[in-house]
Ligand binder design. Structure first.
Ligand SMILES: [Fe+2]
Ligand SMILES: [Fe+2]
Length: 197
């Protein structure tokens, strides 16, 4: 596994410190820009085409993450943010692992808002348990590399005790928080219509 330099660690600390961001200087329209970026789109297709076209992966379209953002869209947002953060930090992640791990990081396959969904076995502790559930589901349905497994298992760090072991997992851990913040802000600013109570 790769080693981190002090510079990497500093940059990571800065990105993880989301609570100190000023929401007005944190532009949720960035999500649209990322979605329209031809270079990023190309990378998504090159490394994730089979997943994006797989009917088992498409089931994520039926689950809501926040507001009216589906888990499917959220996973794409995380992959796009991961590409961007990787570029920005210049940490040279392996693009295939980075993108596929990001796409599968929330492959837990239940509605986490519904406590009575039989697959939602820990409704109050979804945050703690869903990375393990996502990893089990993704391992059953797809062939995963060790890095992809680490990405899925550790993406909720520091909620999960053990930190990521590779830079791809660090980047997706940051990208998940970054994308979720953008989605939530976009929702708050009325740019995503709330259709889920
Ligand atoms: Fe997650
Ligand atoms: Fe996520």
């Amino acid at each position: 596994m790769d080693r981190f330099t002090e510079l990497d660690k500093e940059a990571i600390k800065k990105v993880l410190d989301i609570k100190h961001y000023d929401p007005d200087s944190f532009d949720p329209d960035l999500l649209d820009e990322l979605e329209d970026n031809p270079e990023y789109k190309d990378m998504l297709k090159r490394y994730g085409k089979d997943l994006l076209e797989d009917e088992r992966f498409a089931v994520l379209k039926t689950f809501i993450q926040h507001g009216n953002v589906t888990v499917y869209e959220h996973c794409i947002h995380v992959a796009l943010c991961a590409i961007r953060i990787n570029k920005w930090l210049g940490v040279k992640c392996r693009p295939r692992d980075l993108i596929r791990g990001a796409l599968l990081h929330d492959y837990f396959l239940y509605d986490w808002h519904k406590g009575d969904d039989p697959k939602n076995i820990h409704p109050k502790l979804h945050g703690f348990y869903h990375p393990g559930i996502a990893l089990r589901n993704a391992s059953n349905d797809f062939n995963l590399s060790e890095r992809e497994k680490d990405i899925i298992k550790k993406h909720m760090w520091p909620l999960t005790v053990f930190p990521p072991r590779c830079r791809e997992a660090w980047v997706v851990c940051m990208a998940d928080k970054y994308a979720s913040t953008l989605e939530t802000l976009k929702l708050k600013k009325g740019k995503i219509a709330e259709n889920y109570a």
